[in-house]
Ligand binder design. Structure first.
Ligand code: AMP
Ligand code: ZN
Length: 137
């Protein structure tokens, strides 16, 4: 398997590591959106959410939460944090090893999600909710 994040986890590719435990690694993103932007990854390879062990999902979220808290109380001058995960090429996923972006935010830093929000009526929201609820069962 040719996965750059697996190579980093195996110590075969370089990374600037922020956090390391038995199941999770966090390291700096090489093309940061903002200063301090980093990635939290499960050590067990999963290409996307559909194959991610939910326990690993919980673990990467817990580590991201811990790092975000440290960023907000530590020496970095930040106003907020975005957590972001892209699942699938159409969602912007470029590296097919699940990763949670931790993106420190400051006013005027230029980062943002582009979207064209609409305002559907309640009937449309209810029917979409029913479709998704049905898929959960
Ligand atoms: P995504 O678009 O969510 O798949 O994000 C992939 C992220 O991985 C991008 O922000 C890249 O800059 C980052 N990235 C790719 N290769 C490396 C690497 N070798 N070390 C650190 N970050 C990387
Ligand atoms: Zn991998």
């Amino acid at each position: 398997m040719n996965c750059i994040f697996c190579s980093i986890i195996a110590g075969e590719a370089e990374a600037s590591v922020v956090y390391d435990d038995a199941n999770v690694l966090a390291f700096m993103d090489i093309r940061p959106f903002t200063s301090g932007h980093l990635l939290v990854v499960p050590k067990r390879h999963a290409s996307g959410l559909s194959t991610l062990d939910p326990d690993d999902g919980a673990r990467i979220f817990a580590v991201a939460q811990k790092i975000a808290a440290a960023m907000r109380t530590g020496p970095l001058p930040i106003d907020g944090v975005n957590l972001h995960l892209s699942d699938g090429a159409v969602a912007g996923q470029e590296v097919f090893h699940v990763h949670l972006h931790v993106i420190p935010r400051n006013r005027g830093d230029g980062f943002g999600l582009r979207a064209l929000p609409r305002t559907p009526n309640r009937a449309i929201l209810d029917s979409t909710a029913a479709v998704i609820r049905g898929a959960l069962n």
